[in-house]
Design a protein around this ligand. Structure first.
Ligand code: DGT
Ligand code: CA
Ligand code: CA
Length: 572
């Protein structure tokens, strides 16, 4: 599928155009990239079945962009993109991954200092050349160095959100072989860790060499590291490695348990085996020389006297003890989610109308959808003013009536994602907040505040009686930006005192709150909400990543506000 490749190219074109100071066009390219990224159908199929005309039916795709897509599908290249790259020959993807470095600055650095990539950038920053530039200064030089060191620390890890669809696709393809008996993903992907080093697959098969032949010739493989009948390892075009192990049928369960990890969980389970006079390894569980289990994972835990442990919490953080005492939590499931309380419509520059968002949510089986558009402080996002919110309320009431007339048990709530200003006040007046069903508050500026001030800032926002949810509470962007400095224990206390809910943002690059914070919140009795922050109706599907994260944080249905049915939610 070429969708992701094209999306990446269009994002880069948008950045090159922004660099040139071109108006509007960058936005058009960005928009198409976003659509392509979450498009379920293969663009190539769309094109093959209906030609360029059918491409133009994709939202955001005009004649011009349709031609570029066609060019790419036919020739594997886009001339326009290559011209832009030639004009400013910088590695735009690499450089924009440095926090705070946008296209304009990158152009400036290229013109003044010839900086083309991360290496050039680091060298220039270290030798103080950047701070001597008129528009930069010492502080930005320091920020650039911090940004680079952050990137280095995260090197070689990939977002679960990028990996999982590819891993699922590979699994489906291998599963379709008639020789295959069982296959599962293992390792950090099975544990749904937020970032992934490499993908580990485990299988049993009648004819392992057939499976391996097929595996190493999958599309999108750029290198075969090794190929054998028990193990093969490859590098994917996207830059990560995939391992496939084929084991004997009677060892499948123990191998799955072993290769799911985490290493720490394995060490703990092995100790339990030893205490029982048994031996546990990837081949099975043994009493002396006799193999007493190994075919199924459940069987292994059973022999150890434990409940089966959900992979998401296999981190040796107390789950082993809980499983021994039969007190594991009943983790929240995707189907427990009754609605989404954080999403954006075209009123603030999102991609879909309120109706389209609501329809997508209703068809998904939700009982409600909260529209929470940005508010006025965020001008670039077309943030709504008090007046805008009042107008939007009319539209939402109109749509709710329509749903009612049609006999649908579905309800649109009006929220708003307001901004916590630097002093902790909210950018929308209380009189307007009062008229909403609920208000969310989030930090979208001033991330670099000292810890105490940041904590006070957020707590002041929580004290506002109309603020019910804090969105992406720690502000981190995975692989890009650390969380801001905040005293999380104090935030939890305030959340309880003022009855404010903390968000688990499902965007794969945020997953904010992180797992350890979720667990702390659960233990403190603070309610949570799993939200997508969708800016496009297809992004409502990202909810699963928030649910994975919630599970990693030991959250149960009762901890998550949007597992409540509408009546209970409104009462709350
Ligand atoms: P990753 O790939 O860095 O995201 O994390 P994992 O957990 O997938 O780690 P990986 O791919 O190195 O190994 C897969 C699993 O194999 C790991 O979760 C536990 C198991 N494993 C690997 N090395 C060891 C080891 O030295 N001791 C034990 N007990 N288990 C290991
Ligand atoms: Ca792995
Ligand atoms: Ca591995």
């Amino acid at each position: 599928m070429k969708n992701q490749e094209l999306a990446q190219i269009f994002y880069e074109i948008a950045e090159f155009l922004e660099m040139e100071g071109v108006a509007f066009k960058p936005y058009a390219y960005q928009k198409v990239a976003l659509v392509l990224e979450s498009l379920e159908e293969d663009v190539e199929n769309i094109y093959n079945s209906g030609g360029i005309k059918s491409l133009e039916k994709i939202p955001g795709v005009g004649k011009n962009i349709a031609e570029r897509i066609e060019e790419y599908l036919k020739t594997g290249k886009i001339k326009y993109y290559q011209q832009l790259k030639k004009k400013t020959p910088v590695n735009i993807k690499e450089l924009t991954s440095v926090e705070g470095l946008g296209p304009k600055k990158i152009k400036n650095l290229y013109q003044k200092l010839g900086i083309k990539n991360l290496k050039d950038l680091e060298r220039a920053a270290k030798s103080g050349k950047i701070s001597s530039l008129f528009s930069f200064g010492e502080k930005s030089e320091k920020n650039i160095l911090e940004g680079i060191s952050f990137l280095k620390r995260n090197k070689g890890r990939f977002l679960l959100g990028d990996i999982l669809p590819i891993a699922e696709d590979i699994e489906q393809k291998i599963k379709s072989l008639k020789e295959i008996q069982r296959i599962s993903v293992a390792g950090s992907v099975r544990r749904k860790k937020e970032t992934i080093g490499d993908v580990d697959f485990l299988a049993t098969a009648k004819n392992p060499s057939k499976i391996m032949d097929f595996f190493v010739s999958l599309p999108d493989i750029v290198k075969v590291w090794s190929k054998g009948i028990t193990r093969s390892s490859v590098r994917m075009r996207q830059g990560f490695d995939v391992d496939l192990r084929v084991v004997s049928r009677k060892s499948y369960g123990s191998a799955l348990q072993y290769f799911t990890g985490s290493k720490e969980h394995n060490i703990a389970t092995r100790k339990i085996a030893i205490n029982k006079g048994l031996k546990l390894n990837e081949y099975g569980i043994f009493s002396g020389k006799k193999m007493i289990g190994g075919e199924n994972e459940e069987g292994i835990y059973k022999i150890l006297g434990m409940d089966w442990v959900p992979p998401e919490i296999r981190e040796n953080q107390g789950e082993v003890e809980s499983a021994l005492r039969n007190t594991l939590p009943d983790l929240i499931k995707l189907k427990d989610i009754k609605g989404d309380l954080h999403c954006h419509s075209d009123w603030d520059g999102g991609e879909n109308s309120i109706f389209e968002m609501a329809e997508a949510a209703r068809i998904k089986g939700y009982q409600y959808l909260g529209i929470s558009d940005h508010t006025k402080f965020l001008r670039i996002e077309n943030g709504l003013s008090e007046k805008g919110l009042a107008n939007q309320k009319k539209e939402i009431s109109r749509l709710n009536k329509k749903f009612q007339v049609l006999g649908f048990k579905f309800y649109i709530l009006q929220g708003a994602e307001t901004n916590i200003l630097s002093d902790g006040s909210i950018d929308i007046k209380d009189q307007a907040l009062r008229k909403l069903d609920y208000a969310i508050a989030g930090i979208h500026s001033g991330f670099k505040m000292p810890k105490q001030r940041m904590t006070e800032r957020i707590i002041r926002a929580m004290k506002n009686p109309f603020i019910k949810i804090i969105s992406h509470p720690t502000g981190r962007i995975l692989k890009k930006r650390d969380e801001y400095q905040v005293d999380f224990d104090k935030i939890l206390r305030a959340a309880r005192q003022f009855k404010v809910v903390l968000e688990i943002n499902s965007c794969p690059e945020r997953l904010d709150l992180k797992d350890v914070y979720i667990r702390k919140a659960v233990e403190a009795g603070v309610k949570l909400v799993v939200s997508t922050d969708a800016h496009h109706k297809n992004q409502l599907e990202l909810i699963k990543f928030g649910v994975f994260q919630a599970r990693r944080g030991w959250a149960q249905k009762k901890d998550i506000l949007n597992c409540q049915i509408l009546e209970k939610l409104l009462k709350w």
